[in-house]
Design a protein around this ligand. Structure first.
Ligand code: BG6
Length: 472
């Protein structure tokens, strides 16, 4: 870091929490909720989930939201980004499920009472199972079903919600489900992964188009904004790169970042990326009229999820064992500091590098840090004599150092408006379940999911209330 320490954030900078519907709500069969992809996988193979904790309970927030909003308020936070669950809001005919909608109305009203603004995201890796069976994001019928779901949500909550997002990390499902085969349905097919990415892009654009239309008609509030959230992690390579290393950076950045950034700022996809894909035999399932659909995709602002940098180098092979083209492979930076629990590098300056790239390439676009956090294995945690988890030694420096880079970027012109910490209250983390804990607030599974402040909570409260990034 430079000599100067940047330790204050603007008065109008907001602090909040990020979570998602499927990772918090639980009540997986209440209010007529349908099975989503996580319920489907949990039911098929519960052994795939850490300690066999499947999707069913979330972190019990569906039952405890009033208590949780109070906790967030007491921590000095003013907003929470979560997601509606498609599988709760609509029925199997794609019509509004009144019981599910009423649950979300109660939820939003309770948040308002505690002074917490809910930022609503529409999709967090949680497609209803029946739509996955109909082809998921590879099917136009499903893309259109998503647009209809988004439209229904705007109609139902258009007067209540100001901040909307179409997708969280739309790059994750193509990669985790269809390219790397880590998540259900465990596919290793680069072509299908890009088809899925393209389907999600169309879905995003159709939803944004519906938002604009309904806002013009007065159904959505005039002050409402729509955005997209992604892990726009800047790719780095070795310090003395070859042209092939730089090419690996271009394609990684192209698929992960510029694909979405072009979509949401220009309403199109980056031609250099599409051309390189075509040279390797990967063509997108483009239909007549798609160009006009993608053109609807421009947003009002962005969310940037940041945990770790991406480091890549030229691939050793042209194709992998499944016959898929390789454009890059991981580069192990010798100076990397790791969070061993999660296997992710800790590199706070990455947040600044992203900020300055945005300031240079998209100077008018506002954004906020929509996720950032550190998940540490629960069994490593120590407790004081009152049973409070002693996490300040790692959680405070992590957040503090990232915030200081944010403060510096703002001082240098970045349009970063706020910061949401991921999982302020411990959440269920997909197939890692409760292995790694992100929270400033513990969810104790041995104690009926009761909430307990961790040691670091006091630091968060002081920083969020004063906007001064305290050392400890
Ligand atoms: C983000 C996701 O990528 O990372 C969250 O939006 C997720 O849903 C978070 O929980 C932390 O990752 P993980 O895998 O440790 O839960």
């Amino acid at each position: 870091m430079s000599d100067k320490t940047y330790d204050t954030l603007p008065d109008d900078f907001f602090f909040g929490a990020a979570m998602s519907g499927p990772q918090t709500e639980g009540m997986w069969q209440a209010h007529g909720k349908l099975e989503n992809m996580w319920d489907l996988w949990s039911n098929e193979d519960i052994r795939a989930f850490h300690n066999r904790v499947g999707s069913y309970a979330g972190n019990d927030m569906g039952a405890r939201y009033a208590e949780d909003f109070k906790i967030l308020h007491e921590l000095g936070l003013s907003s929470l980004r979560t997601s509606l669950q498609w599988s709760r809001l609509l029925d199997a005919n794609g019509k509004l499920n009144r019981e599910g909608a009423d649950f979300y109305h109660r939820y939003l009203a309770a948040a308002k009472e505690e002074g917490i603004e809910v930022f609503v995201n529409l999709y967090h890796f949680d497609m209803p199972g029946y739509l996955f069976r109909r082809g998921g994001w590879e099917s136009r019928e499903v893309v259109e079903a998503y647009a209809q779901y988004a439209r229904t949500a705007f109609e139902e909550f258009g007067q209540e919600v100001v901040h909307w997002f179409t997708f969280n990390e739309p790059i994750v499902e193509p990669e985790q489900r269809y390219e790397h085969g880590n998540w259900y349905p465990f596919v290793h097919d680069y072509q299908r992964a890009r088809n899925v990415q393209y389907g999600i892009s169309l879905a995003h654009a159709l939803a944004t188009g519906a938002f604009r239309e309904l806002q013009a008609a007065g159904v959505v509030r005039p002050d409402a904004k729509i955005g997209l959230i992604n892990c726009f992690t800047p790719p780095y390579t070795r310090e003395d790169p070859t042209p092939a290393d730089l090419e690996a950076v271009r394609m990684t950045d192209g698929i992960h970042n510029r694909w979405w950034l072009d979509l949401v700022t220009k309403g199109s996809l980056p031609t250099d990326v599409i051309d390189t894909l075509a040279e390797r035999g990967i063509t997108l399932p483009v239909r007549a009229g798609d160009k006009e659909i993608l053109a609807l995709g421009k947003v009002d602002w962005l969310g940037f999820n940041y945990y770790q940098p991406t480091r890549v180098q030229a691939p050793a092979q042209d194709t992998d064992e499944f016959g898929n083209p390789c454009f890059a492979e991981p580069y192990a930076w010798p100076h990397a500091v790791m969070n061993e629990s999660r296997g992710w590098e800790i590199y706070p300056k990455g947040i600044y590098d992203f900020a300055m790239t945005m300031t240079r390439d998209y100077p008018d676009l506002e954004w906020f840090v929509s996720e950032n956090g550190i998940g540490i294995e629960e069994h490593n945690a120590t407790r004081d004599e009152d049973g409070c988890i002693e996490d300040a030694s790692y959680r405070v420096p992590f957040v503090r150092d990232h915030l200081r880079w944010v403060a510096r970027a703002i001082a240098e012109g970045a349009k970063c408006r706020g910061y949401h910490y991921w999982g302020v209250i411990d959440c269920w983390s997909w197939n890692n379940a409760y292995k790694n804990r992100y929270g400033f607030v513990e969810v104790n599974l041995q104690d009926n999911y009761n909430r307990h402040l961790k040691e670091s909570a006091d630091w968060l409260r002081r920083v969020a209330s004063s906007h001064v990034i305290a050392e400890k």
